[in-house]
Design a protein. Structure first.
Length: 348
């Protein structure tokens, strides 16, 4: 779940933990994105239930499984999922973007689906910069020099990090829940009790009981998170079960637990990412064109748009999507998400 733990966000939660359900502010900085041609007619969530046969490619430390849609020579868009979700978060978004002529790439992150480590000796590292480096390696393997990157939860954080560390590789971004770059040092700072309560799963994962419990009950645990994070999304069992298969990856539990322990400063990362993390700890401003988004019924911890607007110095606007939309915004409001991607690509 989106749990940015940098200093700015923690300051926010100190004052806003009790008002997460308040109406979101709609704002823009510098210039609001001009609407591009809409991504076709409205699409009902769940209209699509499958992708074309998945592909597999060696990239960096991984063999990455991914879905692809649209023309091979179209402007590339990379869509990134979070926890506990998977590529099916974009199953209705991908056809809309493909129909608009975009080449759509939707990879399983490390620890999900068909993505596998190439070596058993590689540390099962879930730290955010390592996940971002995976996506840059995927772009290299696919010979994609520059792409629009869009995502939510871990995926939005990954898009933020790539835009901050490798801006030359990013045309534009769409980031659900805004600016999510954090650091271990910020993660050590305590929050007020009501805010800490919302991060219960982080403390659970910090224990060996939590690791064993998540391993044993990973499907039930993930379904509970879906329900809490999207309280007005009445997904059916078939929708959840399609995604739950991705959690059977042999590295899934190790990656998830390490990710949350690392954020709290309870687990070490790897030295090759130290320089990246040092830069990210400064909370760098993102200069690439960006649209941030938020659902009006997001049950996961998230900041108000006003808390992060100044972290985007390029062309920027924010959209709050109404209608009981929760944390998994791309799957709950696929047309709104696809429209944002097309709009920011047109502006960039």
């Amino acid at each position: 779940m989106s749990d940015n733990i940098n200093r700015e966000r923690r300051r926010f939660f100190g004052g806003a933990a009790m008002t997460l359900a308040a109406a979101q502010l709609s704002l823009s900085a510098k210039a609001a994105a001009k609407p591009a041609k809409s991504a076709g007619p409205s699409v009902k969530t769940g209209s699509n239930t499958s992708f074309a046969p998945l592909k597999q490619i060696e990239a960096g430390l991984l063999s990455i499984g991914y879905a692809e849609a649209g023309p091979a020579d179209g402007p590339p868009v990379i869509l990134l999922h979070g926890w506990p979700y998977d590529i099916y978060a974009f199953v209705d978004v991908a056809p809309l973007l493909a129909a608009a002529g975009r080449r759509v790439i939707i990879p399983y992150l490390r620890g999900y689906g068909t993505t596998r480590f190439l070596s058993e000796a590689t540390m099962r590292n879930g730290q955010p910069s390592a996940i971002a480096a995976d996506i840059v390696a995927l772009m290299d393997a696919l010979k994609i020099d520059k792409a629009t990157i869009a995502g939510f939860d871990w995926g939005a954080r990954t898009a933020n990090i790539i835009a901050a560390l490798w801006p030359e590789r990013v045309k534009a971004t769409v980031s659900v829940s805004g600016y999510l770059i954090g650091s271990q040092q910020a993660g050590k700072m305590p929050l007020p009790p009501k805010a800490e309560l919302q991060w219960w799963y982080q403390f659970y994962f910090a224990t060996e009981r939590g690791r064993e419990g998540y391993d044993k009950y990973r499907h039930d645990f993930s379904k509970l998170i879906w329900q809490l994070a999207s309280p007005q999304w009445h997904f059916d069992d078939a929708t959840f079960d399609r995604s739950a298969q991705a959690f059977d990856n042999p590295d899934h539990v190790a990656i998830v637990v390490h990710n949350y322990r690392w954020r709290l400063g309870l687990a070490d990362g790897e030295a090759q990412y130290d320089a990246y993390e040092a830069r990210l700890a400064q909370a760098p401003v993102i200069a690439v064109p960006t649209i941030t988004m938020e659902g009006d019924a997001n049950g996961a911890p998230h900041p108000e748009p006003s808390a992060y607007a100044k972290k985007f110095s390029g062309r920027y606007s924010h959209r709050t999507i109404k209608g009981g939309i929760g944390h998994n915004l791309p799957q709950e409001a696929p047309k709104a998400f696809a429209d944002a991607v097309l709009d920011i690509m047109a502006e960039a």
